[in-house]
Ligand binder design. Structure first.
Ligand SMILES: Cc1cc2nc3c(=O)[nH]c(=O)nc-3n(C[C@H](O)[C@H](O)[C@H](O)COP(=O)(O)O)c2cc1C
Length: 413
């Protein structure tokens, strides 16, 4: 996954009511490490002041094409060459129309036409405007021309109508920028990813679980979506919010997780190309689930357990035409190399990611981890310590390479 650290982003703001969020977008992008310059349309300057945007971006703000002072600071062609990416948020119906027709009647449209940087457009407008056939036609044309369109959210709009047209919030716009900068190495691929712990009920108020936070699986799901994959995230109970651009399926127990994984991985006509099993699935569950809360009694108590389904094992046993590319995880408290190699013997996944889950560098709950990559043929060595986002991007890179290396005709999945 690429990051925004060190990237140059030109933020174009046009004259919609959502222009008031401009300073928040600048803050979001600069907090992610980007350098941001801002260009406003004349209409946008009616909604948000150049001074506010100059204060948060620490750069002069361009409005007029024929402003000699600004043109002397950075000429419009220089400005078009400067960014790694241009984000226009909000993009008015008027801006979409001008861009679709190559009109260059202000600084922003001239820069947009002169740039070679990827351009992300976040249209925002009244619902009827968004539904207008001319707007729809212009958006279709812009998509075809290679612009990245962030579809507006639905909700209550400033005009008090309810419907599509609301500009997504700054964190979502940041992720859209990141996606436009990330090579689409998983475009056209369907991935099922599991994450988090499972919760195995004992009675209506108690359950058995483990310390998995879900961060690794969520980071992989986010990295895969940014790389263009269609991602279904089957998640046990976690405190995390669903990653952007990912379909999350919430489950609790190992059996629910198994059913969800198989339903999505083997969906007729839309089988998964790869399944990444990052969840910490409970090996055992209570043999009986009490209908009522179990009361305490004097003396010790025992809780008979029985085996849960072995989801990865079942996936490994699938016949070749149905078997997606499989990535397994091994969480060990000791002797990681040996135990991971043994797991690979028992479960011949295409890629095994092993990590330590005890001691000071435990992966559980942490934001960083070190992982050992193994394939059935060889150990690929340790990766990290690195933030889980970086490890996730490395896993996605390896999955893309493995999928690309699969024989032609083996594509579905
Ligand atoms: C109060 C107000 C709010 C507006 N909000 C929007 C909007 O959300 N989206 C939009 O496309 N146009 C909106 N407009 C219309 C644009 O400001 C108008 O089309 C203008 O010409 C856009 O110019 P620009 O694209 O150069 O910024 C609004 C106008 C007013 C007066």
């Amino acid at each position: 996954m690429s990051t925004l650290a060190g990237r140059r982003v030109l933020l174009g703001i046009t004259g919609g009511i959502a222009a008031y969020k401009g300073p928040l977008i600048v803050r979001e992008l600069t907090a992610a490490g980007a350098t941001v310059r801002v260009v406003l349309s004349r209409a946008a300057a009616e909604f948000v002041t150049p001074l506010a945007l100059q204060a948060v971006s620490h750069h002069a703000v361009g409005v007029d094409l024929f402003d000699p002072t600004y043109e002397q600071q950075i000429g419009h062609i220089e400005l078009a060459r400067w960014p790694d990416l241009i984000l226009v948020a909000p993009a008015t119906a008027h801006l979409l129309a001008r861009l679709a027709h190559g009109l260059c009647d202000d600084l922003l449209t001239t820069v947009l036409t002169a740039t070679r940087a990827p351009v992300v457009l976040a249209p925002a407008m009244n619902t009827q405007m968004w539904a207008h056939h001319a707007v729809a036609r212009n958006v279709a044309q812009l998509r075809q021309d290679g612009y990245h369109i962030v579809p507006p959210d639905s909700g209550e709009l400033a005009c008090q109508e309810v419907g599509a047209g609301r500009m997504p919030d700054p964190p979502e716009l940041r992720l859209a920028c990141l996606q436009a900068l990330t090579p689409p190495i998983l475009r056209g691929r369907r991935l099922v990813i599991t994450a988090g712990p499972t919760a195995e009920p004992i009675d209506p108020v108690r359950f058995l679980t483990n310390r998995s936070s879900g961060k690794m699986g969520y980071a992989i799901a986010q990295a895969a979506a940014l790389a263009g994959a269609q991602v279904t995230l089957v998640s046990g109970p976690t405190a995390l919010t669903a990653p952007w651009g990912v379909q999350r399926v919430a489950v609790e127990s190992a059996r629910e997780m198994r059913d969800a994984v198989f339903a999505h991985a083997l969906q007729p006509g839309a089988q998964a190309h790869a399944v990444i099993k990052a969840a910490a699935v409970a090996d055992y569950r209570p043999q009986h689930v009490a209908d009522q809360k179990i009361k305490k009694t004097p003396g010790p108590m025992s809780l008979p357990l029985e085996r849960n389904p072995d989801i990865l094992g079942e996936l490994c046993d699938l016949p070749a035409p149905q078997r997606p590319l499989l990535v397994g995880f091994a969480a060990e408290t000791q002797d990681v190399e040996r135990l991971a190699a043994e797991k690979l013997q028992r479960k011949p996944v295409d890629l095994l990611v092993a990590n330590r889950v005890s001691g000071p560098d435990s992966a559980f709950g942490a934001d960083t981890s070190s992982v050992l990559f193994l394939t059935p043929r060889e150990s690929l060595g340790w990766f990290g310590p690195a933030p889980k986002e970086t490890t996730a991007a490395e896993i996605v890179r390896r999955v893309a390479l493995l999928l690309d290396a699969r024989p032609a005709g083996d594509d579905a999945p």
